[in-house]
Write a protein that binds this ligand. Structure first.
Ligand SMILES: Nc1ncnc2c1ncn2[C@@H]1O[C@H](COP(=O)(O)OP(=O)(O)O)[C@@H](O)[C@H]1O
Ligand SMILES: [Mg+2]
Length: 269
C-alpha cells in the first residue's frame, strides 16, 4: 500500500469517509457504467454508422473531453463475429510496432523486421478478399496528433488500394484539434480523403457537469453525492465542463473534505 493512500485526506480516506465502494472519479471506468449524454451518444452513433458503411471517421476534440471513452464505447458496439477491431494508442508506437498493428488488424502475419512487415501488409492488400472470408478490419488510432510523421505515413498504406475489389480497412482517427492541421498536409491528402465523417465533442454545460458528478458518485456507491451547490458551481467554474478537469477537482474536493473530517460535504473553500 502506498503512503499516499494511507495519509489522512488521501484517496482511501475520502472513499471510506463518503461511503464509496470504489474510487468515484478514476479512469478505470467500466464502459457500460459511463455517463451517457445524448450528444456524445449521437456522436458515437454517427461514427458507428460510418464504420458500418466501411468508411473512416475522425473524432477531434481537446484533451479530457471524453474521446477515448467514446471510442471504447464504439468498440463495444462492433461485434467480434463481424469486426476485427484494433485499438492503438499511438503516442509511443514506433514505425515497426505501428506496422505490426496494421498487420494484426488486417490479418497479415505480424512478424519480421520493418521492410518485411510493410511487404506483408502490401501483399495482403493486393489480393481481393471476399466478405465471407473473415471479419472486417477496423482500426481505431487514438491520440493521432502525437503520432510521428514517419508512422502517420504508414496509415497511407491503408489508402493505397482500390476500395471496390480489395480488403477495406476503415479507421477512426482520434486526436486533439491539431489533428485537423495535420490532415491538411499535402502528403496526407490520401488519408484525409478517406475520412468521410468528422466528429467533435463539446464541453459539458453547468447542468451536465452536475449530473456527471452525481452519476459518478452513484456509480461508485454513494447515492447522495457529498457536494453542495457551491461545490458544484466551483467545479463547473474551474473545469468549464472538461471531464478530466471535473474528475481532478471532484477528487481533490473529496480528499480535502475528508481531511477536514468535520463537515458533511465537499464544500467550496
Ligand atoms: N461518458 C463518460 N462517462 C464517465 N466518465 C467519462 C466519460 N467520458 C469521459 N469520462 C471521464 O473523463 C476522463 C477523460 O476522458 P477521456 O475519454 O480520456 O478524454 P480524452 O480522450 O478526450 O482526453 C476519463 O478518464 C473518465 O474518467
Ligand atoms: Mg484520450
Amino acid at each position: 500500500m502506498s503512503t499516499t493512500s494511507k495519509r489522512k485526506g488521501g484517496p482511501k480516506d475520502a472513499r471510506s469517509r463518503f461511503g464509496f465502494h470504489s474510487p468515484p472519479f478514476s479512469r478505470e471506468l467500466p464502459i457500460d457504467r459511463r455517463f451517457q449524454l445524448p450528444h456524445v451518444e449521437e456522436t458515437i452513433d454517427a461514427i458507428h454508422q460510418t464504420v458500418l458503411q466501411r468508411e473512416s471517421a475522425a473524432l477531434i476534440a481537446p484533451a479530457g473531453s471524453g474521446k477515448t471513452v467514446a471510442v471504447r464505447a464504439l468498440k463495444e458496439r462492433l461485434p467480434a463475429a463481424r469486426f476485427n477491431v484494433h485499438y492503438v494508442k499511438v503516442s509511443d508506437v514506433s514505425k515497426r510496432d505501428m506496422c505490426r498493428e496494421l498487420a494484426y488488424a488486417i490479418g497479415a502475419r505480424p512478424v519480421g523486421a520493418f521492410p518485411a512487415l510493410v511487404r506483408a501488409v502490401q501483399e495482403h492488400f493486393d489480393k481481393p478478399v471476399a466478405e465471407a472470408e473473415g471479419t472486417r478490419p477496423e482500426l481505431i488510432l487514438d491520440d493521432v496528433h502525437e503520432m510521428r510523421s514517419e508512422t502517420l505515413g504508414l496509415v497511407k498504406l491503408l489508402t493505397n488500394f482500390d476500395m471496390d475489389s480489395r480488403l477495406v480497412v476503415s479507421f477512426v482517427l482520434v486526436g486533439h484539434p491539431s489533428l485537423r492541421r495535420i490532415l491538411q498536409r499535402d502528403d496526407l491528402e490520401d488519408v484525409a480523403r478517406r475520412v468521410a465523417h468528422y466528429a467533435e465533442l463539446r464541453l459539458l454545460s453547468r447542468e451536465e457537469t452536475r449530473r456527471y458528478v452525481e452519476h459518478r458518485c452513484t456509480a461508485a456507491g454513494n447515492l447522495t453525492p457529498p457536494f453542495d451547490d457551491d461545490a458544484f458551481e466551483a467545479i463547473y467554474e474551474l473545469s468549464r465542463g472538461n471531464l478530466r478537469a471535473i474528475d481532478g477537482l471532484a477528487r481533490k474536493a473529496l480528499e480535502l473534505a475528508a481531511a477536514r473530517n468535520g463537515t458533511s460535504s465537499a464544500r467550496r473553500t
